[in-house]
Ligand binder design. Structure first.
Ligand code: NAD
Length: 649
């Protein structure tokens, strides 16, 4: 049975002649807070949390929240809460004036007592809808600034912008008219594809915790092991962030680094990270949780090890051999490799069932994503333990199968490849990046490459035998019968590694600089490169740039589903939103493919593959064909069309 509609009910409560006191015992989010704002008084338990998170689902608070909150706490504070969806603690709510009293005891008992104390008092000054919004001379400026800020950070998401418009109505219109405006704006959002995408994404994030593998291991039948003490091997970029995450999760950490200079630097960096984080989150400093060591022998008694040394298979193999001999029986051995074979590492140990990948994203103490990679021999218990550890560290863990690049980096390859081909055909890095940023990516592909370091991919391509220095003629752009662009390799040969060297696809004012500027040298280099290879530059329209980059990535996503590497499209979408800057309001690449229409994506892939038959990544995979041929079922039914792959676990 459905309850009474919220808005009339809130109006009834507010109009009541007897005092109504809201008791907020746990959370009052969205409609709950809107209801409380309709009451004459609000009492909260000290552990309660309050907020209007509708914006995160592509909506706005549509039961008077945008009209009452600014009247109660003023425009700037209301704008901040409504446009970000941030939850506040009871203490902050009291400070802001959202609640009248905070109690450490039962909020209901306190509310009853409070109601008795105000019984008989006039309620005239307690009905928020009758308040005038606090006005200040700089109100126009405040709205202008807020609008600018949301447009910048929303990257194409319409809900935050619409929230500002709704709050604006609370200042410029009488309450009843403001409510009409709120309703109008709410329905615009409700029927927009963005709200649908964000709600899909919200449930996708929950769905990934209910993991399963092709062999039938599952989240609800696999028990994680207790982990109290962990070790990190290698304290470079990743190892430092991982150590911080582990310590903040309450674990004792043994941090091992063999290079003395690196060890000293790491100690300082980790202390700083922990301090800043403790301040930001208002939690005790976890500095004493980490013990540093320069010998791997120090990890003998830990329950879990995360290896984060250079991306070098030979080195990692040696370390896994050592760990297997040093660690107590039952220690889980994890690697943070970006894409190397987990099974090859497992085969170096006496207990391959205890080896899994824990693929963090940089900066590891900030980024929410963790790809947990199971190899063919990883035990369900090992997988469950790594998934649980991720959760403890505040990450969203996604279980994925073992293959080159796992899910995220495997999909990145055809995407990057298309970006390189577009340069060969006449585009500039600025043009490609602009198209991707207009789509909603936090950064275009070339800016991201400059940030992560061009040398990273170069090393991997060298190890794969793809880099052939000085090669000319047709063979320079072909590898294994497929089109290949050596552009990234050529830049690295020039010492252009991106931000770290001050030059990459863009130029920066100094090594380590952050502001990307177009580089005339690079443009000249591209012209010279095209001339050398007989390539004629053409004007490439935005749609082609976007389609080729995104559809190549999506096609790989379908191949990943078909191969059983990801259990479902939700897993891929969560990985792309949390780890690769895919705009959340577009749901993730697989959701987006469904929104565009699988038949349309297929038709465009077929078209581009016809034009570029030597580009394997553009050849539509059989799963997308199958789905399109079955009238493109909704995304929650795609799993029914995936043939069960071979058992992996
Ligand atoms: P890095 O070069 O910053 O750090 C590696 C550290 O390992 C160095 O400090 C080095 O001295 C240390 N080391 C080398 N051999 C060692 C040994 N035998 N014992 C102890 N320490 C040793 O590398 P990184 O960027 O932190 O990458 C580490 C791993 O994480 C790689 O496998 C990489 O592919 C993966 N990864 C990196 C990123 C990223 O963005 N940097 C993201 C995800 C995964």
């Amino acid at each position: 049975m459905r309850g009474p509609p919220l808005v009339p009910m809130i109006h009834l409560i507010e109009a009541a002649e007897k005092p109504v006191v809201a008791a907020v015992e746990g959370v009052a989010l969205g409609g709950g807070l809107e209801l409380a704002l309709g009451c004459h008084y609000r009492i909260a338990h000290s552990k309660a949390r309050l907020g209007l998170p509708e914006v995160t689902l592509g909506l706005l608070p549509g039961a008077g929240g945008t009209q009452r909150l600014p009247r109660l706490i003023g425009v700037p504070a209301a704008l901040e809460l409504i446009t970000t969806g941030r939850h506040v603690t009871a203490a902050e709510a009291l400070q802001l004036g959202i609640v009248d009293e905070v109690t450490d005891h039962s909020a209901v008992d306190a509310a009853v007592k409070f109601a008795q104390s105000v019984a008989g008092k006039s309620l005239d000054a307690r009905r928020i809808s009758t308040y005038l919004c606090p006005r200040s001379p700089d109100l126009a400026e405040i709205f202008e600034k807020a609008m600018k800020e949301v447009r910048r950070s929303a990257r194409g998401a319409i809900a935050p912008v619409t929230c500002v418009q709704a709050v604006h109505a609370s200042v410029t219109l009488p309450y009843a008219k403001g409510m009409e405006r709120e309703r109008e704006l709410f329905s615009t959002l409700f029927t927009s594809g963005q709200a649908h995408a964000l709600q899909y994404y919200f449930f996708a994030q929950r769905a990934v915790s209910r993991w399963s593998t092709p062999s039938g291991a599952r989240w609800d039948t696999s028990k994680p092991r207790p982990v109290r003490k962990a070790a990190v091997i290698g304290l470079g970029t990743m190892g430092r962030g991982i150590s911080v995450s582990l310590a903040q999760a309450g674990l004792s950490v043994v941090a091992v680094e063999t290079q003395e200079k690196q060890l000293l630097e790491a100690k300082q960096a980790v202390s700083g990270m922990l301090e800043r984080s403790a301040k930001r989150r208002g939690v005790p400093l976890a500095d004493d949780k980490i013990k540093y060591n320069c010998s791997v022998q120090a990890v003998a008694d830990v329950d879990l090890v995360i290896e984060a040394v250079f991306e070098d298979m030979a080195l990692k193999k040696t370390i896994f051999q050592q760990l297997s001999g040093i660690c107590k029986p039952g220690t889980l051995l994890c690697t943070n490799t970006s894409g190397l074979d987990i099974d090859e590492l497992a085969s170096q140990t006496q207990s391959p069932e205890l080896v899994v990948g824990m693929h963090f994203f940089a900066p590891a103490h900030v980024m929410k994503l963790l790809e947990v990679v199971y190899g063919p021999r990883s035990s369900p218990e090992a997988l469950a333990t790594a998934m649980e550890m991720g959760k403890k560290m505040g990450k969203v863990s996604v279980a994925v199968g073992n293959c080159r690049g796992f899910v995220g980096n495997r999909m990145l390859k055809p995407y990057l490849e298309q970006a390189f081909f577009l340069l060969e055909e006449g585009a500039t890095p600025e043009q490609v990046d602009q198209v991707l940023e207009e789509f909603g990516f936090a950064m275009g592909v070339f800016k991201v490459s400059d940030l992560s370091g061009l040398d990273v991919g170069w090393k991997v391509r060298k190890a794969d035998g793809l880099v052939v220095p000085g090669s000319t003629g047709k063979s320079a752009r072909i590898r294994g019968g497929s089109r290949y662009s050596p552009l990234g390799d050529l830049l690295c040969e020039q010492g252009r590694f991106g931000q770290k060297t001050g030059r990459g696809w863009y130029q920066y004012d100094k090594p380590g600089g952050r502001v990307a500027k177009p580089d005339p040298w690079l443009h000249g280099f591209l012209e010279e490169y095209r001339a050398r290879h007989g390539l004629v530059a053409r004007r490439i329209d935005h749609q082609e740039m976007l389609e080729r980059c995104l559809y190549a990535l999506i096609n790989e996503g379908f191949q990943i589903l078909q191969d059983g590497i990801a259990a479902g499209p939700e897993d891929i979408d969560v990985i792309y939103v949390l780890g690769y800057g895919w705009p959340r309001h577009r749901g993730g690449p697989m959701f987006y493919a469904g929104l565009v229409g699988l038949d349309k994506v297929l038709e465009r892939l077929e078209h581009y593959h016809q034009v570029y038959p030597d580009v394997l990544g553009l050849k539509p995979c059989s799963l997308i064909r199958k789905l399109a041929a079955s009238s493109s079922p909704p995304i929650h039914r795609w799993r029914e069309f995936i043939q069960k792959p071979r058992s992996q676990l």
